[in-house]
Design a protein around this ligand. Sequence first.
Ligand code: AMP
Length: 283
Amino acid sequence: MKIISNIDEMRLYAARLVKRGHSIGFVPTMGALHAGHISLVDAAAAADAKVIVSVFVNQVQFAPNEDFNAYPRPIKKDIKLLRSTKKVDCLFTPEAAEMYPEGYASHVALENSMTACLCGVTRPAHFKGVTTVIAKFLNIVNPDRIYLGQKDAQQAMIIIKMMRDLNYRTQAVICPIVREKDGLALSSRNAYLTPEQRNSAPVIFKSLQMVESMVELGERNAETIKKEIRRKIKEENLEIDYVEAVSAADLKPAEQLSGKVLIAAAVFVGKTRLIDNIIIDIP
Ligand code: AMP
């Protein structure tokens, strides 16, 4: 596995792969890698000849009051894990000073209702930071496919829309959420949890799972379903940022559940904000 930190070197390496006729699968991450990230690597290796993974904690997607400084950066461990898969051809670890040099002033922002809902309500500048860094990565790596997790469903949909709007050739592949045995979605932020908080956190997924049984029993009213999710999460005394039911096609609020619906929640477990979701297909 080659490790590249320099942008021009990365661009050259990727261009050479394309010239040799290889397809490139790209997996962008912020590091502190876990089995969820590795599932994206697996998917990329299954479909593409060459796999490039990036590890970059992208400051511009964090608000000043968020956890940019505290975000875990176990780069040696990440390198070891990526090497152990034997599926990664190149790790790209750019320096912040080269990605955003002094005087940097260009941003890519998706401007429609997709960025204003769900996580966009309490993290208003977040997605602008995400689309900016992904656009930069696409320009550098020029991959055939980008691999994204359903864990960040809103982020994935926004990236797909941005790529379509801006005529990127890259196709997106969305991979399922990898979970702990007790249902908690794997997240680099789970490392912040105390043992007690770790015990409470699985209630997030359990409350979402409950929706599946409610829908099976015929419930279609989004408000009733959201109320039940909130009630269950509050049983663990966790603070809710949001619980929403939206169309999985365009993130517009769903009042009556029908078609593909994204049920998404953001919950504070102590100071740690965790997100999770399920997509249900209602005939
Ligand atoms: P992050 O390092 O948190 O920015 O995540 C990098 C990529 O990994 C994103 O596309 C995430 O959606 C994906 N990801 C994170 N956690 C999981 C998980 N538990 N299962 C599947 N994909 C995940």
